[in-house]
Design a protein around this ligand. Structure first.
Ligand code: APR
Ligand code: PHB
Length: 395
């Protein structure tokens, strides 16, 4: 079967769905092809912290209603080290910006509902998706649906299929440069039926390793522990996780972590990765397909949304005015933000984690403590953290 659309989008994560939504609002047609089922993408547990700009975009484009009701607005975060907590006043340091706790899969549900209500097409469980002819003006996406092969012709392809997708590897290797850093640790994360033990997020530097206290709602806590990169979650019974979190997060004698039933447990790998350029002919990569950041600072989803804002604007300008200039500059515009966000995520990661015996020495530990002391005592340093944490302005 042959069919046609203006923009073929591979992947129904935050990047692909938001792009389809923004294009629809600008009168540009798209089809989203997703390998997984709707249920799977709507239930996949990921990060859950939205920058001010992401929140504004969801509200301005009519998909913020549930987020406004269920999201938790945070005005600050806490850094804990040396047995004490230090608050970073995000709002006070940024002229009133905040971050919002709202799970990524809730954003996904809202975007899917909006696309379907507007008559948009998302093909779930598309099999064997492959992309062709993107070095020319009529690229094609092939996929399998109910035993037949479908060929979707389009003007442009958006590769929004995440880090392990097929779009980036289809670009001839010589056309891309990759920049990569793998960290010697991972995060063991749990989602628990427990009241958050603090109103705000806590990032803890501890001699036993990093820990993070986050949340999803007034009843659900999200917690993470630095662990070995090849850690087996089976070796971490719930009690051991709670005990370790209590040790690393405690500040002062009286502080007690609320415990509860562990609903989900998983390992998050830590990596920094960028590909340049983020485009090849009529193929444009966005989100995790082009770059990933370690989760310290929760930038992955927000960066994916920032990419597709640029891409939607460029495609809209092309369809409305025949102007290709923004499309030509897509990669250049995105990469300026990508590298600043890479720098921030790397910096937060480097400041807060133990790097292990081979890579770390007493000097590094003293330096990390000095960095934390500086960030929590100098207004200029705290402001630098805050303006990055709530999200740098869009270009
Ligand atoms: N064909 C079709 N769809 C695919 C294929 C394929 N070959 N490969 C992957 N996908 C789908 C995945 O199932 C997923 O739903 O592409 C989607 C990519 O979504 P994400 O991985 O969420 O990536 P992105 O939209 O860029 O969002 C980045 O998500 O992974 C988190 O931490 C990350 O917060 C960041 C954000
Ligand atoms: C989360 O809530 O999942 C979360 C929050 C902040 C981070 C990373 C993850 O830096």
């Amino acid at each position: 079967m042959n069919r046609r659309t203006q923009v073929g989008i591979v992947g129904a994560g935050p990047a692909g769905l938001m792009l389809s939504h923004l294009l629809h609002l600008a009168g540009v047609e798209s089809v989203v092809l997703e390998a997984r089922s709707r249920k799977y993408v709507e239930e996949r547990v990921r990060a859950g912290l939205l920058e001010q700009g992401t929140v504004n975009l969801l509200n301005e484009t009519g998909v913020g209603e549930r987020m406004k009701r269920l999201g938790l607005v945070h005005h600050g975060i806490e850094l804990r080290f040396g047995g004490r907590g230090h608050r970073i006043d995000l709002s006070g340091l940024t002229g009133g910006s905040t971050v919002t706790i709202y799970a990524q899969h809730e954003v996904i549900k809202d975007l899917i509902a909006a696309r379907l209500a507007a008559g948009g097409e998302i093909v779930f469980e598309a099999g064997d998706v492959s992309i062709h002819d993107f070095d020319g003006p009529t690229p094609k996406i092939r996929y399998r649906m109910d035993r037949s092969v479908v060929e979707l012709s389009c003007d442009f392809i958006a590769g929004c299929d995440g880090f392990r997708g097929i779009c980036r590897p289809t670009i001839p290797a010589g056309a891309l440069t990759t920049y990569d850093r793998i960290y010697p640790f991972a995060w063991l994360g749990i989602l628990a039926e427990a009241r958050p033990s603090s109103d705000e997020l806590i990032y803890a530097y501890h001699e036993r390793g990093f820990a993070l206290h986050s949340m999803r709602s007034p009843e659900i806590t999200r917690l993470y522990l630095q662990c070995a990169p090849d850690e087996d979650p089976g070796k971490w019974p719930d009690e051991k996780i709670w005990d370790e979190l209590q040790l690393r997060l405690a500040a002062g004698a009286g502080w007690k972590l609320n415990r509860g039933v562990v609903l989900q447990k998983g390992i998050t790998e830590m990596r920094s990765f960028v590909v340049e350029p983020m485009q090849s002919g009529t193929l444009f990569l966005a989100g995790d397909a082009a770059h990933i950041v370690p989760p310290t600072g929760a930038k992955g989803l927000n960066l994916a949304v920032a990419d597709v804002r640029v891409l939607a604007r460029a495609l809209t300008d092309y369809y409305a005015n025949g102007n290709r200039e923004l499309l030509t500059k897509y990669s250049e515009i995105c990469l300026r933000r990508v590298w600043k966000v890479q720098r921030f995520s790397w910096w937060m990661t480097s400041m807060l984690h133990r790097f292990g015996n081979e890579n770390e020495n007493a000097f590094d530990q003293r330096r990390q403590l000095a960095e934390l002391d500086y960030v929590t005592s100098s207004r200029a340093a705290a402001q630098t953290l805050a303006e990055n944490y709530v999200g740098l302005p869009m270009e």
